[in-house]
Design a protein around this ligand. Structure first.
Ligand code: AMP
Ligand code: GLY
Length: 415
């Protein structure tokens, strides 16, 4: 098989790594990939900028399966384009990807199908939004409806902060057109979990649970990032919580997908909040998460590429996905200064001293050196029989990195 993966992060490096375990794989192409993916066997980085370039490449190279890592191309309709040309691609079509691409739409979907979620209103008028917040209790959550790279959510402690958030999102358009519409919702307090799953629109099969550590600083302080670490399984996901998730979120979601006539084979990522009042759905992402993928895929015993091809061939219901016993933990090393301004082009030393697995993201090759080229630079990942075991292995490895070049949280998996 020839496989094409679209993306450049540690998530895509992890996907390629898993797919290579399948003996049927002849070659993997990754657009644009990174220094890590360029070092994998049978794997080549390619630069395909436009959707048409990707389509033509897939035709010319006889690509048997295309997997899209991130959301932007899905929302732009890459799946619809590939399907029109009878090419296999794994992911939601344009209509289905609106469950991630528009929070106003996804909240409406949740309301319509009785999916447990925070109470909310959506607005496309700035004055009406401001009128609404005057009568609300705080904290209150203001969200840009469109795609904002995970940064479009502002938790407001009082009306003044909510007014500023509305002005920034709808007035100054700090997230561009993503802020044409906003969702204002009830603040939920609890533990978050990420449930990745796979679907063919007839059944949704959840993967092992995961936890993302989104804030830049230890003890969940400072601004949100793309994710600074993750663990799987999520210790908060007990059997009772899982039953609530299935009953209050997964099942009605599947019903909604069927009733709305959404049809696709792909991943659904449920971002949930476990509260004293039950399990709430915060959001859908219609793709795998980063850094959740880096911990969930190494826990999977089932062959990942076969799972994808079997799903496309209509056999998902017949597969039993099996999981390792134990834990996988991932710590992300980022450029110093991220998520604000940071320097690029700094040499990354001591990777040879790291025993854990390393998935790369913002890394370039320069002569014989590996240098930083982005905010999140590396994911360091290891398996342990217990969470503490996995944690020790990852930190023993990541401690070798140069602290003048890379930053990482010290409390990942410290639950
Ligand atoms: P979202 O993109 O909607 O998942 O939001 C990003 C992050 O903001 C979530 O992972 C939560 O940490 C936080 N968040 C979103 N909605 C709420 C809410 N209603 N209550 C509390 N925190 C929230
Ligand atoms: N880890 C959250 C995301 O991938 O959006």
């Amino acid at each position: 098989m020839n496989v094409l993966i679209i993306g450049s992060g540690a998530r895509e490096h992890a996907i390629a790594f898993e797919i290579l375990k399948n003996q049927k794989v002849e070659s993997i192409y990754i657009s644009p990939g990174n220094a890590g993916t360029s070092m994998l066997e049978k794997t080549e980085n390619v630069i395909l900028n436009e959707m048409d370039d990707i389509l033509n490449f897939a035709k010319n190279k006889n690509i048997d399966m295309t997997i899209v890592g991130n959301e932007a191309l899905l929302v732009d309709g890459i799946v619809d384009l590939f399907k029109k040309h009878n090419l296999n691609i794994f992911g939601p079509d344009k209509a289905s990807s609106m469950l991630e691409g528009s929070k106003a739409y996804s909240k409406l979907f949740m309301k319509k199908y009785g999916i447990k979620t925070a109470a909310y209103e959506s607005f496309d008028n700035i004055d009406k939004a401001k009128e609404y917040i005057a009568s609300q209790s705080y904290p209150l959550v203001v969200k840009a409806s469109g795609l904002a790279l995970g940064k479009g959510v502002i938790i407001c402690q009082n009306e003044r902060e909510a007014t500023t958030a509305i002005d920034e999102i709808m007035g100054q358009k700090v997230f561009g057109d993503a802020g044409n519409e906003i969702v204002i919702e009830e603040f939920l307090e609890g533990f978050e979990a990420s449930i990745l799953s796979i679907t063919d629109s007839n059944i949704i099969v959840p993967f092992i649970s995961a936890k993302d550590h989104k804030k830049i600083g230890d003890n969940d302080t400072g601004p949100n990032t793309g994710g600074m670490g993750s663990i799987a399984p999520n210790p908060h996901m007990t059997d009772d919580i899982n039953n609530l998730f299935i009953h209050d979120i997964l099942k009605p979601t599947l019903m909604g997908i069927k009733k709305e006539g959404l049809e696709f084979c792909g991943f659904i990522f449920f971002g949930i909040m476990i509260t004293k009042k039950g399990v709430y759905l915060l959001e859908y992402n219609m793709r795998l998460g980063d850094p959740e993928t880096q911990v969930v895929l190494p826990m999977m015993e089932t062959d990942f590429l076969s799972l994808i091809t079997d799903t496309i061939n209509g056999n998902l219901a017949k597969i039993e996905i099996t999981w390792k016993k134990g834990y996988v933990l991932c710590v992300v090393a980022s450029s110093i200064g991220y998520p604000d301004k940071y320097e690029k082009g700094l040499i990354i030393n001591n990777l040879d001293k790291i025993e854990a697995r390393v998935y790369m993201a913002g890394v370039d090759k320069k002569n014989d050196d590996l240098v930083t080229s982005g905010g999140r630079v590396l994911s360091v990942v290891d398996f342990g029989t217990s969470l503490a075991d996995a944690r020790k292995k990852v930190y023993d490895s990541i401690n070798h990195l140069d602290k003048n070049v890379l930053y990482y949280r010290k409390d990942i998996g410290d639950i």
